[in-house]
Ligand binder design. Structure first.
Ligand code: ZN
Length: 630
């Protein structure tokens, strides 16, 4: 039974384990003057660094949360260890042999001070065993083929210390037992499971990636299925939660990426182990992946500490989301979630949906680097996905797209970003920036938080195009006034319509019943206007009962005019109808023009611009005719 560690050995550990070096495994430190360095505090959330490390005194202090201490208290706090465990861990790492005071009796806590070190040693020995198996075992040919098919040769496998777990189910156990590890240690390390008939190897017949903590120690494994007769169906298995391995905090590749992340002010989040390898091999050395879980707040916190800059956080976190629906949902979730990163979060989407490993295999290293370089801000990706669900050539859809996206923008907590996002949204939907800003403020005052997560509009008019048809609005609404008046004139005074009727089109009507009535008018020949019963013949062409009822009432309701109309009055009513519909087309065209980049899409832009000028001229002519009749 080991007792207290001798004081002189504790002092030796403090001397050898440099505080700045140990802290740097978790936090990026930069010179702060006066012999100190500073970074983002790992003990509280902050945006600008107040965590100071003074190596000469072996002491850290946070001006934000007043956390303070030396290298041992730091390791205790970061790893959740007791004093003795922290000292042992550092002693092991820095080559100090510890001596213990004689135990003073039964009052000392009965914990095994070696436990953590033993588990790390067991994982380390297992990793070496698995690496050896990959090159020597005959079964491992399946693993080597898996790697080769993905473009990873022997040297790459060595660099990433990839291994192979034999299929027998006890190979690792007997190897570790021979090395002096007890069965309960091997189980506690997550390397073996405990069955009714004793322990058994957790990983059998699988390709293994060792997962390391920030200091580079192996704490667990990710395992890929290779054989069809593998009784475990899951393609990937991970070490279960142990005292070393916590899936909410581990990131595959972080030990390799740590420095590059700190220097490059960039972290790339990919989805799989082979993607991490492909990125690093392609020169994107900031790539990491979560292990069997989604990217969460704990992961974000760890990266933030590595990305901290002098006075502000301005690093980039780049997700390689799939462009598919699941990826889009994940992006929206990230936008609505923690938000610590929102302004610095980017998305790299491969147009054909290939992940970095597939991309590298098909097109080489440069293609992977380009994929990351082509990143777009997450907010733009999310807004674009929302907006693209609408038919932006329709005015009502533009408004609804803007409303839905405005709710997302209003949920952004960093107020300084909201205006910029609103401006961008205005360009996307082709609506005035003031209108968009107004909508964002409105969404915010309605309590953006309760609205968050709702990405489907509830307004039945102008729903996304993949939704069912909207209910028919009341035909008596004021917005259909011009359409009703025009139809009344046509149905009641058809002989006065003359030439003016030729220019009217079914698309000039926005209400489906009124459009149906006009279609019926066109179906009946104008030549028969003088023949009695013309109006009833037109009505007979209207199939929909509700539309026919509307048509019947239009045929008898008086026009909103004084006295009887003459030909010029009917012509003016029809011109007015066409003017309103032309204004709608002008708006659509203008909005499309606003969404067209005049530099990148120059010919399309010029074509639309020409069309807009012509349409404006047409609108003015109709306006003159409409006014001429009153
Ligand atoms: Zn702090």
């Amino acid at each position: 039974m080991a007792g207290r560690i001798r004081d002189e050995d504790v002092a030796l550990v403090k001397e050898k384990a440099r505080l700045d070096e140990v802290v740097s495994q978790y936090v990026t430190l930069r010179p702060a003057g006066g012999g100190s360095e500073k970074g983002l505090c790992p003990f509280h959330d902050e945006k600008s660094p107040s965590f100071n490390v003074t190596q000469s005194r072996g002491f850290y202090y946070c001006f934000g949360c007043q956390a303070s201490g030396d290298v041992i208290t730091f390791v205790q706090a970061m790893e959740g260890l007791g004093f003795g465990e922290a000292v042992e861990r550092l002693a092991d790492k820095y080559g100090v042999r510890l001596r213990y005071e004689e135990s003073t009796g039964g009052t000392a806590p009965r914990r095994d001070p070696h436990q953590r070190m033993r588990l790390i040693e067991a994982n380390r020995a297992a990793a070496a065993f698995y690496v050896e198996q990959l090159s020597s075992s005959t079964d491992a040919v399946a693993g080597r083929r898996f790697l080769a098919e993905r473009g990873f040769g022997r040297e790459v496998a060595d660099r990433f210390t990839i291994g192979f777990a034999p299929r027998s189910g006890e190979a690792l156990l007997s190897h570790l037992t021979a090395k002096g590890f007890r069965s309960d240690e091997i189980v506690a390390a997550g390397l073996a499971g405990q069955g009714d008939h004793g322990a058994y190897d957790r990983f059998r017949g699988r390709l293994l990636w060792p997962i390391r903590d920030l200091s580079g120690e192996v704490v667990g494994f990710g395992a890929r299925r290779l054989f069809d007769d593998d009784r475990i169906e899951a393609k990937y298995l991970n070490t279960p939660e142990t005292s070393l391995y916590k899936k909410s905090t581990v990131l595959y590749g972080l030990d390799r990426a740590r420095r590059a992340i700190g220097h490059g002010m960039q972290a790339v989040i990919v989805e799989g182990y082979t993607d991490v390898m492909a990125c690093h091999e392609s020169g994107v050395e900031t790539a990491v992946a979560t292990c069997g879980t989604a990217f969460g707040d704990e992961h974000a916190r760890i990266l933030r500490r590595l990305l901290a800059d002098h006075d502000e956080f301005r690093g980039e976190v780049i997700f390689t989301f799939d462009g598919d629906a699941a990826g889009q949902r994940a992006a929206i979730k990230a936008f609505e979630g923690d938000q610590q990163f929102v302004a610095q979060t980017y998305v790299a989407v491969e147009p054909e949906g290939r992940d970095p490993a597939e991309l590298r295999l098909a097109e080489g290293d440069a293609a992977v680097r380009e994929l990351i370089a082509r990143r777009v801000p997450l907010y733009r990706f999310v807004l674009r996905n929302v907006v693209d669900r609408y038919d932006l050539d329709r005015a009502d859809h533009r408004v609804n797209a803007m409303r839905e996206a405005a709710r997302l923008v209003s949920s952004v907590r960093d107020r300084s970003k909201v205006d910029a996002f609103a401006r961008e949204l205005s360009g996307m939907v082709g609506l005035d920036v003031d209108e968009v800003s107004r909508e964002v403020r409105k969404a915010a005052s309605f309590g953006g938080r309760s609205q968050r997560g709702r990405t489907r509009p509830t307004d039945p008019n102008g729903a996304p195009r993949d939704q069912a048809a909207a209910p028919v609005p009341d035909v008596r609404e004021p917005r259909f006034f011009d359409e009703r008046e025009a139809l009344k004139a046509v149905l009641q005074f058809p002989h006065l319509v003359g030439e003016a009727g030729a220019d009217v089109d079914v698309h000039d009507f926005t209400h489906p019943w009124l459009a149906a009535v006009w279609a019926a008018v066109e179906a009946e020949t104008w030549q028969s206007v003088g023949v009695p019963g013309w109006t009833s013949r037109v009505l007979a062409h209207v199939d929909e009962p509700a539309a026919r009822a509307a048509a019947t009432s239009l045929a008898v309701q008086p026009l909103h005019l004084q006295g009887d109309p003459g030909p010029s009055v009917v012509g003016a009513l029809l011109a007015r109808l066409q003017e309103v519909s032309t204004v709608r087309r002008v708006e659509t065209l203008r909005s499309r023009l606003q969404r067209t980049n005049p530099i990148e899409q120059v010919s399309e832009y010029n074509r639309l611009f020409g069309e807009l000028l012509a349409l404006e001229a047409h609108r003015r002519a109709l306006r003159d005719r409409a006014l001429g009749g009153t």
